[in-house]
Design a protein around this ligand. Sequence first.
Ligand code: SAJ
Length: 420
Amino acid sequence: MRNKKQTLSKIRTKKSKIAVIGLGYVGLPLAILFAKKGFHVTGYAKTPKKILDIKTGNTEFTHLNSTINRLLNTGKFSAELITSQSLKNNDIIIICLPTPVDSERKPDISSLLQVAKHLSKIPLTNKLIVNESTVAPFTTEKIYGKLGDKYYLACSPERVDPGVNLKSTENIPKLIGGIDKDSLEVALALYKHVIKAEIVPVKNMHTAEMSKMMENTYRAVNIALSNEFAILADSIGIDVLQVIEAAKSKWSYQAHYPGIGVGGHCIPVDPYYVIELAEEKKLTMNVVKQSLKVNESMPDYVLSKIKKYYKKGMKVLIYGITYKKNIPDLRESPVIVLCRLLEKINIEFVVFDPLVDQKTIESLNFSYSTPIRSDIFIVGTDHDKLIIDSKKCITKKTIVIDGKNFFTNPVGKMVIGIGR
Ligand code: SAJ
């Protein structure tokens, strides 16, 4: 029998021991937030390197390292490899794991299934399990809903915007759905400790899962709309950025911007989860599918622009290969897709990204270069350092292929944008 009174009291007095599984840009800031509030938090990861980086205060999240060190010293926070045995000492288990797609763009929830295996081996009575990972509706219940004795289960999809610092986690409105009323109540009591923004209880876990799908598919579709308008704008000589800025004066228009493509492991990925669910129900979701095709075609569109100006022997530098500015993340990067297309037609190029070291660039079989004078300068990612670094690359003869529509003033011989 679940003892809700006891569970709520432990949460309210911060006596509950919290496990956060997954210590990436979602799990680590969340673990730190709970530890800073006074909870005993154990972070779990599956790679020894991740654990070592945390224990030595040497994570990729440089703005968190001093806080991590302080919390490690107070004993409020620790990190360890995930095993069933280690998990069982916790009262609350929050799952913050990536849910990518495979090479066939099929959803891959293997990391979540792995956790379900661990949980099935431990007593769960009175524990609270929360899934923050992005999944299609009904997945949380399917994976974590039948693990044995009486426990609480909720779904609260993460909405962290990678690259924004620790503050973002507590300042983002939080959706929470429970498998039942008591689970919702327990999960609300937990998150009230750390979330300063609005906490939005929803009808059930499926509603929470579907909202996350809607949010990110909405973004993918609207970016595709901007990309399609940009291609039209190019063909009729209108500056699409001026069109977008003008459209923003309408209250019902939310601006999205065309570019070299859509990367990261949220926006180009999540819609495939809902497409798979729709297909199970014999539905096609054409708008979503076509939008993903448009976004995935953008590197090709940029290539067509490069081919108009490239002549054999030209020095081509690609500036930035991460999926988004000021983030060292290469997942689903459209710039890497462009690089592969250039390789296919034997256009030689070099790559520089201020956030990606030479070893990583060369591990992708690309030629590395520091910012140097170029005949063609391709903006792949508009990192903050672009403006300074570009001065070392762009001469009066340089043709700039601006994959992020970054340059609004004339530079070099000419700037070829996306829709402008
Ligand atoms: N992009 C465009 N045009 C746009 C916006 C983005 O081409 O108008 C491209 C970006 O260059 C990038 C990709 O799309 O390659 C994704 O961009 P993003 O800003 O959505 O970046 P993400 O993947 O870090 O998105 C995350 C998402 N958060 C979660 O899924 C939890 C997304 O839902 C958020 O909207 C986004 O952060 C944010 O900005 O908050």
